[in-house]
Design a binder for this molecule. Sequence first.
Ligand SMILES: [Zn+2]
Length: 156
Amino acid sequence: MLVRQFDIVDGEIGVLGLKHQMLPVNLLKGFSSIDASKSYSICKESMKEDIKQYSQKLGVDGQGLLKNLVNIFDLFGLGDLEIEDVNTESKTAILKIIDKNFRDNYTADDKICHTVTAGILAGMFSFVFSDDMNCIEVQCMAFGYDSCKFMVKKEF
Ligand SMILES: [Zn+2]
């Protein structure tokens, strides 16, 4: 379904009506290393706005968006997202991501984890739970794990 919402016209990439840019992995790595909490906040606030437009285009609310979240995340090329647990009452979620690009380009020496991804997930789940949510990475492939694990909660 999302494939029909993807277009490239005159060098501009559009996804669900929003303009996108594809950037090299190393550029994202550089951005992530500047200031982890700043890059997290920028990604979260930006995604909180953009996710409203995605859902409008799809004609879904927060719960409807949840069903499309994996597909939207897929388009970002940030890895395979698996939603392990979602609790709409306690507003918590546990997510697993296998990001082969990250695994192949980062090491523990880089001293960066998925802060950009965590920010994006915080923004997405802020819409899903209609609240200001946060997300932290509790385990990262950069430290030798098979997958990265993220927790979504209002506060940590
Ligand atoms: Zn990670």
